[in-house]
Design a protein. Structure first.
Length: 232
């Protein structure tokens, strides 16, 4: 119980100095990430010279690249469809450099993103997944779906490959939330069942989805729509 309280305190602190991070370890195409605040919007079209000169307020690591999809639209491709690939892109502008617990409890924010996790000619099941991380410490490549294992904060995880036998009835991709105080180790053999803070949900492969992550009055909600104009 004390460890759980410590993790919740760590998450409360993260909300005061939040970094938005998107990571993955297999082929994932992210079309747009949007936060209604200047300096934290990542929407196409992207500068064709991004790989050479970078993008203001955003930094990429690993195998992440700016590319085009089948329709010629600009996308951020976190990795190519190859094994042992990792990539991430993160926002470099902290929300706040100070910590006030009461301010954190009252804050409201939301993040909107569009993403697609397509199948490949070699496999009907892309592995292993991606996540949206809210971190106090600086992002770095690691084994936690592309993110460093000792990150402090919380994450929305999208697990695209089922490893655990006792989750045989759970469809993939599986979306859930986790909290980390820097000591929680992600185990892909359990598909996150030992770290998720509440039961998750799933969506279909290949379809482009919209995801809305909202924090209001101390409550976190993750909403998913599988069609371009369908409600969450």
């Amino acid at each position: 119980m004390e460890a759980w309280k410590d993790r919740r305190a760590a998450v409360a602190k993260v909300l005061a100095t939040v970094l938005v991070v998107v990571t993955c370890v297999d082929v994932v195409t992210s079309a747009a990430t949007h936060l209604h605040q200047q300096g934290r919007t990542l929407t196409p079209p992207f500068d064709i010279n991004y790989d050479a000169f970078g993008m203001p307020q955003w930094q990429k690591l690993g195998d992440t690249m700016v590319s085009s999809d089948a329709l010629g639209q600009d996308v951020v491709r976190l990795t190519m469809a190859d094994q042992s690939r990792r990539g991430l892109i993160f926002n470099t502008v902290p929300v706040s450099r100070s910590f006030d617990l009461e301010m954190v409890k009252q804050c409201k924010w939301q993040i909107f993103l569009e993403l697609q996790i397509p199948k490949t000619p070699k496999s009907d099941v892309p592995a292993d997944g991606m996540g949206v991380f809210f971190s106090l410490n600086k992002p770095a490549l690691g084994s936690q779906l592309g993110m460093r294992e000792d990150f402090v904060g919380f994450a929305i995880m999208i697990d695209t490959y089922r490893n655990a036998r006792y989750r045989s009835r759970m469809k993939q991709p599986y979306v859930y939330a986790m909290i980390n105080d820097g000591t929680v180790k992600y185990n892909d053999e359990t598909d996150g069942s030992d770290v998720e803070i509440a039961p998750g949900c799933n969506f279909d492969f290949d379809k482009k989805i919209r995801m809305l992550i909202k924090y209001t009055d101390g409550e976190l909600a993750v909403l998913i729509a599988e069609e371009a104009h369908s409600p969450y």
